[in-house]
Design a protein around this ligand. Structure first.
Ligand code: ACO
Length: 431
């Protein structure tokens, strides 16, 4: 807390309120308005939270104007190039990079907790074959709380740690099982001799009747994608996890609420929506028509995978993924695939267009991730579950941070009421 403060004056009564400035280590400071309502009898009004900090956090820093993303202070491009997803998971959870012994212990613990309780695997059978994997993910993760009573004392640091590790370990198994259910194939058990992403690819694509060799380039590309999606400070799904978690609910229930929030096309559902959009556009010749549709205020169509609430410069994750995108396409021999040519043309035209330039609308992480997933043969309805696997780390880290905060209270926003003034009940024959 700095000494600086803003003074707010009510022009009618002359009452004033001192609003202290809260400084972080980096970035824009905040005004502490907690006394405002008591002193001035006003609320602040900020629908969609465009100017509101909901908490203090040490996990992730974003500078949207300059396209900077730091995990615990480390630039995400360095982590994507030099680290691994599980090392990044350790960093996000514990705050520091692990030494070799710490990393080995962590990786071993995650690897050995990937199996699901057999009773839980039966839950999938209750879903219709065409259920979206995100619907299954939400339900199955929510039901984990019925299995793990050993991790529901949210005040116990050991319980919190077991929960975080268990969640990270089991998420790929749950996501792969959801996919297998939707295509009617047997669910694959995890394989402890494989690394995190190779194991996931095997559970997704292998069948018991055949040998399956994991493509190391695909596993590496996925590992980088997971690093880039691991956390993004107070985004919609993480804020949902925090708000649910602030009630003291079971942590698995809080993560399930985050998964539900992630699914929307304005958030994690955008990667799936990008592919749907590219298929809808269909051909390079149609790009100008769809660019015009995106600019037309009377048309609900938006360029999916473009724009971001915080990044008003290039999304640094998109820059890294773009490079990988080209590598993966080349590796898969797909660089001339019509869908990818279409995506590149869309990106080129949009980046030159004044509408997008003036509004600072650049391709975001999900524009390219959808293309890589497609090139890796991952089914479109699994794109958002891929995001959910990676973001589980961020959700768990934020939930743990929040529970560890002695000042934590239930989150409870207020509103400006615009409904009817008080009125009396009328009997039905008098209405
Ligand atoms: N296509 C066309 N126009 C757009 C787009 C787009 N993708 N995104 C924003 N705009 C326009 C808006 O119409 C608005 O124009 P106006 O000022 O003339 O009214 C202006 O840009 C600002 O847009 P807002 O909707 O106010 O920006 P907001 O911060 O609320 O929304 C969001 C950000 C949801 C990401 C938005 O850009 C969007 O819908 N993008 C497409 C969906 C998407 O890719 N989501 C993934 C986000 S990244 C993630 O979650 C991992």
């Amino acid at each position: 807390m700095a000494n600086k403060a803003f003074t707010l004056t009510d022009p009618e009564s002359g009452r004033t309120s001192e609003l202290p400035v809260v400084e972080g280590t980096l970035g824009t400071p905040g005004l502490d308005i907690r006394k405002l309502n008591g002193e001035m009898d006003v609320f602040t009004y900020d629908p969609a939270f465009t100017a509101t900090c909901s908490c203090e956090s040490r996990i992730t820093y974003i500078d949207g104007a300059n396209g900077v993303l730091l995990y615990r202070g480390y630039p995400v491009d360095q982590l994507a190039e030099k680290s691994s997803f599980l090392e990044v998971a350790y960093l996000l959870l514990y705050g520091e990079l692990p030494d070799q012994g710490q990393l080995d212990e962590f990786v071993n613990a995650i690897t050995r907790h990937t199996m699901l309780n057999e009773s839980l695997t039966k839950f999938f059978d209750g879903f219709h074959y065409d259920a979206h994997p995100m619907a299954m993910l939400t339900g199955i993760v929510g039901s984990l709380s019925a299995f793990y009573h050993d991790t529901t004392d949210i005040r116990d640091p050991e319980h919190r740690e077991i929960f975080a590790r268990r969640m990270i370990a089991k998420m790929p198994t749950i996501a792969a099982a959801a996919y297998k259910h939707s295509v009617g194939q047997p669910k694959m058990y995890p394989s402890n001799d494989l690394d995190y992403t190779s194991n996931f690819l095997r559970m997704l694509f292998a069948v018991p009747a055949e040998r399956y060799e994991v493509d190391p380039i695909a596993a590496k590309a996925l590992d980088v994608l997971f690093i880039l999606h691991a956390d993004h400070e107070q985004n919609a799904s993480t804020s949902t996890v925090r708000l649910a978690g602030s009630t003291g609910c079971n942590p698995y229930a809080a993560i399930a609420s985050g998964i539900a929030a992630l699914w929307g096309p304005a958030h994690g559902g955008a990667n799936e929506a990008v592919l749907t959009m590219l298929n809808q556009i269909g051909d390079v010749s149609q790009v100008p028509k769809f660019i015009e549709k995106a600019k037309d205020k009377n048309d609900p169509f938006r360029l999916m995978g473009f724009g971001h609430r915080v990044y008003k410069n290039f999304d640094p994750r998109a820059t890294i993924i773009r490079g990988y995108c080209h590598q993966v396409l080349e590796h898969m021999g797909m660089e001339n695939h019509p869908l990818f040519e279409l995506a590149m043309e869309l990106e080129r035209i949009a980046l030159e267009d004044d509408y997008f330039k003036e509004r600072k609308l650049y391709p975001n992480v999900d524009f390219y991730s959808g293309i890589i997933y497609q090139a890796l043969g991952i089914p479109v309805n699994m794109f958002t579950p891929m995001f959910a696997i990676a973001r589980t780390v961020g959700w768990a880290a934020h939930w743990c941070e929040m529970q560890n905060d002695p000042g934590m209270r239930i989150g409870r926003p207020r509103q400006i009421y615009t409904g009817s003034p008080k009125r009396d009940y009328a009997p039905i024959d008098k209405r």
